[in-house]
Design a protein. Sequence first.
Length: 118
Amino acid sequence: MADTEQNEQKSKASESKTDTTARRTAAADKLQPIADNTPAIEQWIYIGPTIKQLGLETNSVFTQTIPKHIAKKMDEQPELRSMFIAVNDLAQKNSELAAVGSELHIAYEALEAKKGVI
């Protein structure tokens, strides 16, 4: 009886690993690099306004890839691309974002104005 229970537990563990791998593969299929010509950066952070339609929240962190639906919008909305920065640059970019009239501030305001129709 104990052998049967152990075999069932091993079978369930194997199925669980297979399910997890399938979910990870499906998630990876929805991701793509930030941009082909950007330097390799381990982590990006989005500092723009929350855009519910894209499921994108301020200060979301991405590791080398972002969801394809966001990347598509980045092509359509260049301001969106400028809101993805290297985590190491966060302090500097937050200062720039706070500076009224800076390119980053202007891009943020443009996204804020469009976020209902993005």
